[in-house]
Each structure stands twice: as C-alpha cells, then as structure tokens.
Write a new protein. Structure first.
Length: 147
C-alpha cells in the first residue's frame, strides 16, 4: 500500500506557486538592500560589515555543515573558508520578503556560489534568512542554507 502512495506522489507535478507580489514594496526594498549589503561584504571580505549585520544569537543551519549557534565561530568560518575564496550570487527574481509583525522579516530566495579555488559553480539553491529589526537596526538572526 505504501509503495502505491509513493508512486502516485512521485508522478504528481511539482507545485509551482503564483508569482510573488510583495505586500510592502518598502519592506521588500529594505530587505533586498540589506541582502545586497550583507553579501557584498561577504563577497569582498568586509568582515566588520558582516559582523555588524549578524545577531549575537545567530543560528545558522546548513544542510551540509550542520548547525552553528556561535556568532564568533560563524565569523571565523567565513574568514577561513569564504573571504577571497567564494562568491555568492542572489538568483534574480527569487527574493521574497514577508513581514513578521513586532519582529522583522523572513526572506526567502535562491542563491548560487562560485568557489574560486576549486573553479566550481553551484546550481541555485534555497535559503531562508530571518531578519530582526531591533533598536532601529537590522540583523540576521537565523539562516537556513540548502543545497
């Protein structure tokens, strides 16, 4: 019986959502700008910018690397493995931003990476970033990065 259900599910077409239409253009623009600043710094090794936009209680979930809950470990990992070696690109048209009243925004999108040392390029993969607005400052508090 279970095989039948799995077979039917496998044959169904993948769900395709309706095109994204931001509820707030201002909020969407803010998150698009923050994403650009954060990953512009990520791509160019501007550690102080990444640090300033990363929450002290960061949780970074990675489907290959596991969970990181230490901001200092996360920043050290970027210095060791990313800066000068890896470039991240947001997939055009993939960013979505949803307000979480009283907290901030959940950002969804697709991104890809170029590893300069290995001369490799990833395919676009999903990510989720949760941004908190606190004391008029935006910071990433949670990230889920999938490949």
């Amino acid at each position: 019986m279970m095989l039948c259900a799995v077979s039917v599910i496998a044959q169904q077409k993948r769900y395709v959502p309706t095109p994204y239409d931001p509820a707030s253009e201002k909020l969407y623009s803010t998150i698009a700008r923050l994403d650009s600043i954060y990953f512009g710094a990520y791509n160019t090794g501007k550690a102080e910018v990444v640090d300033s936009l990363t929450s002290a209680d960061l949780e970074f979930y990675h489907d290959r690397g596991g969970l990181t809950t230490s901001k200092s470990d996360y920043l050290e990992s970027l210095k060791k493995n990313i800066y000068g070696k890896v470039t991240r690109r947001l997939t055009p048209g993939s960013l979505e931003a949803y307000e979480i009243p009283g907290y901030g925004v959940i950002e969804f999108g697709y991104h890809s990476f170029t590893n300069k040392q290995e001369a490799s390029e990833s395919h676009p993969s999903k990510f989720v970033a949760i941004w908190q607005l606190k004391d008029k400052k935006w910071k990433i508090t949670r990230v889920v990065s999938l490949h």
